[in-house]
Design a protein around this ligand. Structure first.
Ligand SMILES: Cc1ncc(COP(=O)(O)O)c(C=O)c1O
Length: 417
């Protein structure tokens, strides 16, 4: 018997849960699993079979397994013999991470950039470092959960404003005074795009600090994929641009672009840089190669945006309400979770797979299936998606979805993407 088999053969006894924990977990099984999902699970549907169309990955430009990137990672795994497992705060002098940070900053047209373990880590570490109990944080109601978590980590006061509503932001600012304004450039559940020029103007009028999360626009938008802020010529008016590098970069990291002075400050202040291990050499080598590939990927960007526009228009013509959507993210908002399960099943049984978004990523009654478009989808696949969405309209009761009835009205409630 091998050691592993011997270990497995040992009887497993679980530790008894105290009441407070049992009740909390019981509530999940009762309210979510039994009462809402009828004993199933909203996130778990069919396994995609051969030929299935998967609209679930954030690898917008199909970078996974790109030969240049794989070669760079393989070479680093084989060649680097001093892979230190430690927090970034211990990194000094010239090293692969600081060289990549300089390349990233140059590409993003910023003075400096700081790498982090993930988009979550970069957002929580940044807000925790720049806000505090006396700093109001104005945040779009649809902004990503990591940005809300950053506000909590800072012990700051969150002052939400209505989605993509600079006039409401300004109203809140008049009441509470200057602080940090936090938005996404492209919103991860609705696919809506922030009115960045208007937000910058409000921010400047009130002497605020502006944070823009470019997770869904870095690599996909702007010249050479440099992002929406570069595209709009706003680099010298936005203090911080953050991004997850687990989207178009198809890696595992996050980055913030900012001034040299603040980059230095963040390296020694943000908790993830101090209390969590940094990236490994092969991860940085992969990101470095990805940056070169992405900068030269205009053809892939063009295909991504053409594919997204084709699906957006086709789905809108079929009666799906995509009024908010202006990007490669398409949210089919069935509303109630039972309706979303029905939509999931109708799509999946016909070989089309999207991602389920439900509470806490959306408000409870605004769950949806998200289609994430990529540059590699063929014309035949796009048409198959539309044919399936046409065929299922009655089966999923599209006419009676709250989003369909709402028609052109903009979403006004909380969604934490
Ligand atoms: C807008 C936005 N910001 C941040 C994140 C977190 O990124 P990561 O997955 O790298 O932690 C995500 C990912 O879901 C996102 O959509």
């Amino acid at each position: 018997m091998t050691n592993v088999a011997r270990l497995r053969a040992r009887p497993v006894r679980t530790v008894e849960e105290p009441d407070f924990l049992r009740q909390q977990v019981d509530r999940y099984y009762r309210e979510r699993v039994e009462e809402t999902w009828d004993g199933g699970h909203i996130m778990v549907g069919l396994e995609p079979g051969p030929g299935a169309i998967r609209l679930v990955s954030n690898d917008y430009l199909c970078m996974t397994r790109h030969p240049e990137i794989v070669d760079a990672q393989r070479a680093a795994l084989q060649d680097v013999d001093d892979a230190l497992l430690m927090a970034a705060v211990f990194l000094h002098g010239d090293n692969p991470q600081s060289r990549f940070e300089r390349a990233m900053a140059e590409w993003m047209e910023a003075e400096a950039s700081v790498l982090s373990q993930s988009g979550w880590a970069v957002n929580t570490g940044l807000i925790q470092s720049i806000a505090g109990p006396d700093v109001p944080c104005y945040i779009d109601l649809f902004a990503h959960a990591s940005l809300w978590e950053g506000i909590r980590s800072a012990g700051a006061q969150a002052v939400p404003f209505r989605h993509n509503a600079p006039e409401h932001l300004e109203k809140q600012l008049r009441r509470e005074g200057p602080g940090v304004i936090i938005v996404d450039s492209v919103y991860s559940t609705s696919g809506s795009v922030a009115p960045l020029v208007d937000i910058v103007e409000v921010s400047e009028r009130h002497g605020c600090v502006l944070v823009v999360d470019e997770a869904h626009s870095l690599g996909t938008h702007g010249p050479e994929g440099r992002g929406l802020v570069v595209d709009l010529g706003l680099t010298d008016r936005v203090h911080f641009r953050t991004a997850s590098l687990a989207k178009a970069f198809a890696g595992r990291a996050g980055v913030v672009a900012c001034s040299e002075r603040i980059a230095e400050y963040l390296k020694y202040t943000a908790n993830p840089a101090i209390f969590s291990s940094g990236l490994l050499p092969h991860e940085i080598a992969g990101l470095d190669a990805t940056l070169r590939v992405i900068a030269a990927a205009d053809d892939r960007r063009a295909r991504l945006h053409a594919n997204a526009a084709y699906l957006r228009e086709g789905l809108s013509d079929l009666g799906y309400n995509l009024d908010l959507c202006r990007s490669q993210i398409l949210g089919l908002e069935a509303g109630h979770e039972r309706s979303t399960i029905r939509l999931r099943d109708a799509l999946e049984s016909r070989g089309v797979f999207g991602s389920v978004f439900c509470a806490p990523a959306t408000p409870k009654h605004r769950s949806l299936i998200r289609f994430t478009v990529n540059s590699g989808l063929s014309a035949a696949e796009l048409d198959r998606i539309l044919a399936v969405c046409a065929e299922i309209r009655d089966e999923v009761d599209l006419a009676n979805w709250p989003s369909t009835r709402r028609g052109g009205a903009s979403l006004k409630s909380v969604a934490h993407g």
